[in-house]
Design a protein around this ligand. Structure first.
Ligand code: NAD
Length: 299
């Protein structure tokens, strides 16, 4: 029986692991290509209504989440801002992501959209601003990317990134501006692992952030996940989220249920071994996508 000391945030936890393998410890932070630090595990608020966002996000903050992922399209930025303002924490304790919606693409509209998000969130800067979708039929994601580069220079945004960009979209913005996004937020979960896109990210120093990290709750009754949950005395959702972290991904699970919000953050006291990781890798499927295909969207 080995004892390990795990440093997580400012608290020290001592726990033990049976067997001979070394327990993999993970800190809840990673460094982006612009040297900013971003939490690896955050809280997503898609489909959280404006009038419940304050309460749900406050619950998440209480559980330890500091990365909050919203978007102007979710129409809950005010509620997110209220939760941040009413916490007894400092602004710098949080990492707030919001996203520029497709209708706001283009230089002038992008600047207006950022100002509106800052106003609604009640913040003077955003930690990570993402172009929500490439929406290639508009042919304006390159100029929108140029706007984000300028916003970062002005100090209104710490880090800039994209979401739902395919390799061809990434290649285009990098070629035209020589500025590599810090993050690409894409659909990613055990049923849809996006290996080719992740390899491209890795080669270019882009961090991969998984949206729908729980497969939107649809694959949690999978036999492999249930047996790994039994082995580690955890739930299938916790197994999946731990897999994201050990795969060097950023994960932003969503729940409006207090018990699940807590459960989804309680993943720093165990580790999957290489056999467990391989078993989850084997769940990948070319048919696992649950959301729109970035090359086929008409919005
Ligand atoms: P998710 O994979 O986080 O699944 C959420 C659903 O899983 C919940 O509604 C609930 O039904 C279930 N669930 C949550 N915790 C559970 C638990 N412990 N046990 C059992 N079931 C549980 O899906 P999501 O909300 O689509 O994605 C997460 C976040 O990603 C969003 O809230 C949003 O912030 C972001 N997102 C971004 C985009 C994008 O285009 N960039 C698209 C979708 C989502």
């Amino acid at each position: 029986m080995n004892f390990f000391v795990v440093l997580f945030e400012k608290s020290i936890t001592i726990y033990r692991e049976s067997g001979t393998g070394c327990l993999m410890t993970i800190k809840n932070s990673m460094t982006l290509n612009d040297h900013s630090t971003m939490p690896r595990l955050g809280f997503g608020v898609y489909k959280v209504a404006q009038n419940e966002a304050n309460q749900v996000v406050s619950e998440a903050i209480k559980c330890g989440y500091r990365l909050i992922d919203t978007a102007s399209m979710y129409q809950n930025e005010e509620g997110v801002g209220e939760a941040i303002a009413s916490s007894n924490l400092k602004r710098e304790d949080f990492f707030v992501t919001t996203k520029l919606w497709n209708d706001d693409q283009g230089i002038a509209k992008a600047f207006r959209a950022l100002d509106m998000s800052l106003l609604k969130l009640g913040l003077s800067h955003i930690d990570l601003y993402l172009i929500h979708w490439p929406s290639p039929q508009r042919a304006s994601y390159v100029e929108t990317w140029k706007a984000l580069i300028e916003m970062q220079k002005q100090g209104k945004i710490k880090s800039i990134g994209v979401s739902n960009f395919a390799i061809e979209h990434l290649e285009k913005i990098i070629k035209e501006t020589r500025v590599v996004p810090a993050v690409n937020q894409i659909e990613l979960h055990p049923r849809f692992q996006q290996k080719a896109l992740r390899a491209f990210h890795e080669k270019h120093g882009i961090k991969t952030e998984s949206w729908g990290p729980l497969g939107r709750g649809k694959f949690l009754e999978n036999k492999t996940l249930i047996s790994l949950a039994a082995k580690h005395h955890k739930t299938p959702a916790q197994i999946v989220l731990r897999w994201h972290l050990q795969s060097d991904l950023i994960a932003i699970p969503k729940s409006s249920n207090a018990k699940r919000i807590k459960e989804n953050f309680d993943i720093f006291d165990f580790a999957l071994d290489s056999q467990d990781m391989n078993a989850i890798e084997a769940l990948d499927s070319p048919f696992g996508r649950t959301g729109p295909h970035p090359l086929q969207t008409d919005f």
